[in-house]
Structures are given as C-alpha cells and as structure tokens.
Design a protein around this ligand. Structure first.
Ligand code: PEP
Length: 252
C-alpha cells in the first residue's frame, strides 16, 4: 500500500535562517534532491519564499509557506494570501501548525478555512494535527485527532494531493519523539478518519510524522506502514542533517 504513496521529507524552518544561510543550504539540497526517490519540500519564512523558489527552480524541490490568510487581498495588515504565495513561485502551505494554533490562537475553523482557500488558488495544503501532552496523559489522543481531522477537513475538497502531518505537540522542538508504535497507531487512526470522510482516497493521502525527527530516529519511523514521510523543524536547519534524515529514511 505504502509503495504507491511517494514519501515526503519536508523542512519547516520556522522563524530561522537568513539569506546567506539559505544560499548555502540550497547549494547542497538542490543537486541532492534530484537523486532521491522522494519528494523534498522546504517551508521557509515568507520573506524568503521567492528567493527559495528561484533557487529551487528546475529541481524537484517543493516550496511552501508556513501560514496564510484565507482572503485573496485586502486590509489585513501583516497577512499574506494564497495568491501571493503562488505568485512567489511556491506550491504548498502549512495549515494549522501547532505553533500557529497555540501561540497565535488559530482555531480548527480558521485552519480549515485557510486550507480550503489554499486549494481554491491551486496550492496544496499540508494540514497539521496533534494532541497536547495534557490530552495525551488524559488518554484523549484519538478523540482529539478525530475532532482535528473532521474540523480541519470540513472546508477542504477531497483531493489526493492534500497532505496531513501528525505532530504531537509534546514532541515538537522538545527532543521527545513518539515511539514508532505510537506514531503508527495515531497515523493509522488518522487514515481511518480520512477514509470515513473521503472513502478510498484515504489510501492515496500522504500522512507525515513530525516531532523531533533526527537522522538517528527516522529509519524506524519510516519503517511503519502508514508513515509516509516527515515534517522536520530543528534538524532541518542544517543541510547536512536534513540530507541525512532523507537518506536514512529512504534507505531504511
Ligand atoms: C515542526 O516544526 O513541525 C517540528 C516537527 O519541529 P521539530 O522537528 O523541531 O520538533
């Protein structure tokens, strides 16, 4: 089953790196990305989207924004639209990353509105879901994921190109990683929820794991049948470690 889904290795740089760092990174990743049987994606800060898209041009690297607003344009100071992201040469957008939900108060309703608006402009949304530590300790993980998936997909049209990232909040940037068993259980459950909504399309949807992925733990995660790739934060800031993650994931 997994063999029919192309793996994705995605770098979420968050609010890190400058133009010099990015040039050095792109010089390493561009020639590498063409040699590997997986999709490589980069989510730079919005101010560097055009530059990263230009440096990635001609390579198979996908470029995406870390956030967007659902309106096309207007008096929304500080926001960027799907139209602008596309105009920068990018094709993807993260929707509902846990840092957006928790630091910036994004609700599930906002997330699905953004993802639907992204689709309307031809962008592919990567929708992030995951439970907090408290929810996990209360045994509410599956309940949270059920709600997250149903709400986050409510404005989204069924499309096999939509990507989902399971990112347990307690594992993001903490050095704690879900065990492969826990990640597989959660992701298999997410796929079942997508199947309830979208039928057999669920088998084509890529569902990634994110949360302290490193070169040393990617192989065991990627060995799980439902895990189709990784969304990587901290370990994606250096080309060497990001390439090691891709290499170890693909060669597991
Ligand atoms: C992320 O930002 O999506 C993430 C998973 O971060 P980290 O790899 O640093 O935990």
């Amino acid at each position: 089953m997994k063999n029919r889904r192309k793996e994705i290795y995605a770098a979420n740089w968050k609010m890190n790196l400058d133009s010099g760092d990015i040039r050095g990174f792109m010089e390493r990743i561009v020639p590498y990305a063409g040699t590997v049987d997986a999709e490589v994606m980069i989510f730079p800060p919005a101010v560097y989207l055009s530059s990263v898209a230009e440096q990635a041009a001609g390579s198979p690297i996908g470029v995406g924004a870390q956030n967007m607003f659902w309106e096309r344009n207007g008096a929304y100071t500080g926001e960027i639209s799907a139209l602008m992201i596309k105009d920068c040469g990018a094709g993807y957008v993260l929707c509902g990353h846990s840092e957006r939900r928790h630091f910036f108060g994004e609700s599930a309703e906002m997330v699905t509105r953004k993802a639907g608006a992204a689709q309307d402009e031809g962008l592919i949304p990567m929708i992030c879901v995951g439970e907090t530590l408290e929810e996990r300790e209360q045994g509410e993980t599956l309940e949270v994921l059920h709600k997250d998936i149903y709400c986050s997909l409510s404005d989204v049209k069924p499309d096999k190109r939509v990507i989902i990232a399971y990112e347990p909040v307690w594992a993001i940037g903490t050095g704690l990683t879900a065990t492969p068993e826990d990640a597989e259980t959660a992701i298999a459950y997410i796929r079942d929820q997508v199947r309830e909504l979208w039928g057999d399309l669920a088998d084509a949807i890529r569902i990634l794991y994110g949360g302290s992925v490193k070169p040393g733990n990617i192989a065991e995660l990627m060995a799980c049948p439902n895990i189709d790739g990784a969304l990587v934060g901290g370990a994606s800031l250096h080309a060497d470690s990001f390439i090691d993650i891709i290499q170890n994931g693909v060669n597991r």
